[in-house]
Design a protein around this ligand. Structure first.
Ligand SMILES: *[C@@H]1O[C@H](CO)[C@@H](O)[C@H](O)[C@H]1NC(C)=O
Ligand SMILES: *[C@@H]1O[C@H](CO)[C@@H](O)[C@H](O)[C@H]1NC(C)=O
Length: 303
């Protein structure tokens, strides 16, 4: 089972954690490597106190988190909502984040140690394909099938909806030039659309967990496809897992091989998590003690 998951799933560097230690993160210094081994889970987020400050938390078990640094970064301009984190092949950490409530770009910053960050690139989301009014929640996705690094971002042509997920693909390892956007097809509703889309590649299928905004409700729904850009079919909708109103889902793999989904519990004000062996059946949600009450939409990396 572990081997299957290790082969099929690649969330950031998640699967790399299952490889022999010296093959995982060759560019990390011995000191950072030691930190990564003892606290493999890193959570980057913004907080209810500020949309312009990055907070970084680490954890050994994906349940109990400690603040590593906060604020860790305040970008020169704009906001830093919804930061999504990877450990890249160059041994640097990268976040992609929302720069403003309205606008036609998202931004990428990098760090060697998770403590000190530098703005790396601002990526335009306006093209012949779409001239978005809103650009929200860019999410890194390393595709285990194609080996390509993608960013899935929620774009809206109207003001604050309807949103659809679009895919950008890195042109090279510099992460400064991206091709796209290509819309994820098969996804639409009569409300404000789908926001905060998080892909997982598992068992030869692309699964997305994405927030449906409709009739004032925000529910994380589940769709599957055989290609990253779709067409997707929804397999679980509404409040199917009992998570309530929630947004900003992200998924990681626990030391026991199970999946863990985290989400921003919009109505409860808590950060919640829920576990699954197959991405379909989820445990009753619990709240993440150290992130609840302050932390807003972030992403977890297992390094
Ligand atoms: C990786 O670590 C193992 C066990 O410590 C060692 O046998 C092997 O030579 C190392 N490989 C490299 C490429 O350093
Ligand atoms: C995290 O929460 C747990 C459970 O409430 C608590 O025991 C622990 O001390 C907290 N850790 C930190 C760093 O706040």
């Amino acid at each position: 089972m572990l081997a299957v998951i290790a082969f099929c799933l690649w969330i950031g560097a998640a699967a790399a954690a299952l490889l022999p230690a010296n093959l995982t993160t060759p560019a990390l210094s011995p000191e950072l490597f030691k930190r990564a081994v003892s606290n493999p889970y890193v959570f980057t987020a913004f907080t209810s106190a500020s949309e312009s400050n990055l907070y970084v938390y680490t954890s050994s078990d994906a349940t109990s988190f400690s603040l590593l640094k906060g604020p860790a970064y305040t970008p020169p301009t704009g906001l830093i909502r919804d930061p999504s984190l990877i450990l890249h092949t160059d041994g640097l950490y990268y976040i992609a984040y929302t720069t403003d409530w309205s606008g036609q770009n998202f931004a990428i910053a990098s760090s060697s140690d998770l403590l000190t960050w530098t703005r790396k690139a601002t990526i335009s989301t306006s093209s012949s394909v779409i001239k978005p009014v809103n650009t929200w929640a860019p999410e890194f996705f390393k595709d285990a099938k194609t080996g390509k690094l993608n960013i899935v971002v929620s774009l809206s042509t109207g003001s604050y909806g309807p949103f659809l997920p679009y895919v950008f693909t890195a042109s090279d390892s510099s992460l400064t030039t991206w091709s796209g956007p290509t819309v994820m097809s098969g996804i639409s509703n009569s409300g404000l659309g789908y926001i905060d889309t998080f892909p997982v590649y598992y068992n030869n299928q692309y699964h997305i967990f994405t927030k449906a905004e409709s009739n004032g409700q925000k529910h994380v729904e589940h769709a599957v496809a055989s290609a990253l850009t779709g067409p997707y079919s929804f397999v679980q909708t509404g409040d199917f897992a009992g998570w309530g109103q929630a947004e900003g889902p992200c998924v990681t793999v626990l030391p026991n091989g199970k999946f863990r989904l985290f989400a921003d519990g919009f109505s409860s004000g808590k950060y919640i998590y829920s576990d699954s062996s197959d991405l379909y059946t989820w445990s009753a949600y619990k709240t993440v003690p150290n992130l609840s009450g302050t932390v807003r939409h972030g992403t977890v990396l297992r390094q």
